[in-house]
Design a protein around this ligand. Structure first.
Ligand SMILES: *Cc1c(COP(=O)(O)O)cnc(C)c1O
Length: 445
């Protein structure tokens, strides 16, 4: 039994009181090694005792400013009081009936909220599932059923998950698919837009993407194309202006379903409910997960009603999909985004933290590029004077910050990107503190 976090007194600054990881975390890690599969990674192996707002506390009493948010999940902060109370109420009321057996209101409410807050005024419908990868898998089924076509288009540097079909969609074979046998079929990959490296305009990059897809598979066989409007694991690449719009226009002309995988970039992270909106896109389907339910496992596909309804009853769903506790949390997250003006808070983070990163870039030539939107920002670390990747420096910087109470994640096909996924409510003071640690870390290289 653990006691609930007393949120009003939970610390909101970093503080290191032991070696990192501390002795209790190290002992716990030994226990873990005997019990947990080696296949499960451990990026920052301190074991967490409590968390609130933007700070997590480990079992040794060390306090960390959380710039990872469990990979962009606790977007509105850890243990947001509205989410905690929605979850507590729902747990005590009922925890499960299976929506496909005996339904309940909050599932319907989440579907309504997704329709309301995703781009476009057309009729939309949704299905809820448990994880981002499952949402992607479902979007493929939905697109195939609607178009009667089979092939799936994906981009360079893409990441879509770790299930069988999504493994085939990831750009990197290692570590995601190495040795895991035959992959889902009919996946075709095309170049993406990566302005820092390809130097192409949106129009030029889209021409290349479309050429690859036309030659390798052709619109007559292509059911859908998946894009991450801001690529996540690949390194937070923001495509050149007009790139995504040109891909979408080609999809519309050719009866190819345009799917925006917003699992990482969606749910207020970019300063809009869905990052597609910031590019003027109206995707046919959107996949959502990570930030949607304040840390509870929930995911979904939302999109054009006629596409979503092409599936026959019983074709979509699952035992736990749209679990009532997770749905109650998601309703609270949507409420908090409105009540607390959290889209504007994400844009504040972009201004304050993005501005600070650009100041660091002016000082440290190892920062090749600062990019991202809202509270989804990154720096690409290069060999100074070149655009060549510098993954060793990333490892050193992440470790330096970790040991001083700042949790950071790497990203990038070449592991040479540091990504920042703070809660949108991380204060200016906390952001300035992180910037000062980062400055020290880079200076110490
Ligand atoms: C994390 C992620 C996924 C996979 O989500 P899981 O919940 O881990 O299955 C899919 N797409 C994108 C863009 C992601 O960032």
């Amino acid at each position: 039994m653990t006691t609930p976090v007393e949120t009003s007194t939970h610390p909101q600054e970093r503080k290191i009181v032991t070696a990192i990881p501390g002795p209790k975390s190290q002992a716990m890690h030994e226990r873990r090694k005997n019990a947990v599969s080696n296949g499960v990674g451990a990026a920052l192996p301190v074991y967490i005792a409590s968390a609130h707002g933007s700070v997590v506390v480990d079992i040794d009493g060390n306090q960390f400013i959380d710039m990872a948010s469990g990979i962009g999940v606790t977007t509105i902060g850890h243990t947001d009081p509205a989410v905690v109370s929605a979850v507590q109420n729902q747990v005590a009321n009922f925890t499960h009936t299976c929506f496909t057996v005996t339904p309940y209101e909050d599932y319907v409410r989440v579907a309504e909220l997704l329709a309301q807050h995703s781009p476009g005024t057309h009729a939309k419908k949704a299905v809820l599932v448990n994880s981002g990868a499952e949402a992607v898998e479902n979007a493929i089924k939905i697109a195939r059923k609607y178009t009667g076509k089979n092939a799936v288009g994906v981009l360079d540097h893409a990441y879509h998950g770790r299930t069988n079909m999504t493994m085939a969609m990831n750009f990197k074979n290692s570590p995601y698919a190495t040795g895991y046998g035959s992959l889902g079929t009919a996946v075709f990959r095309a170049p993406s837009s990566y302005p820092f490296h390809d130097g192409l305009s949106g129009e030029e990059a889209a021409k290349s993407t479309i050429w690859y897809l036309e030659k390798q598979v052709g619109a007559q066989d292509l059911a859908c194309i998946f894009v991450e409007p801001i690529q996540g694991e690949g390194g937070f690449m923001v495509p050149a202006d007009g790139y995504l719009n040109a891909i979408q226009a080609w999809c519309t002309e050719n009866n190819v379903v345009f799917v925006a995988d917003e699992v990482q970039a969606g749910m207020a992270r970019s300063g809009a409910y869905f990052s597609s909106e910031t590019f003027g896109l109206v995707p046919d389907l959107i996949t959502t997960a990570k930030g949607i339910a304040g840390g509870m496992p929930l995911a979904g596909v939302v999109g054009r009603a006629e596409i979503m309804d092409a599936s026959h009853p019983g074709g979509l769903g699952g035992t736990f999909g749209g679990n009532p506790v997770a749905c109650a949390a998601a309703v609270a997250v949507f409420d908090q985004i409105e009540k607390e003006g959290l889209l504007a808070e994400a844009r504040r983070v972009e201004k304050v933290f993005g501005g600070g990163l650009r100041d660091l870039q002016a000082k440290h030539p190892i920062i090749g590029e600062v990019r991202g939107k809202g509270a989804m920002l990154a720096i690409e670390i290069v060999q100074p004077g070149t655009k060549d990747p510098n993954p060793q420096a990333v490892t050193s910087i992440v470790q330096y910050c970790f040991e001083r109470g700042v949790l950071l994640l790497n990203a990038g096909t070449n592991y040479n990107v540091i990504r920042f996924l703070p809660s949108v409510k991380t204060s200016d003071v906390q952001l300035a503190d992180v910037l000062s640690v980062l400055d020290e870390a880079i200076s110490a290289l």
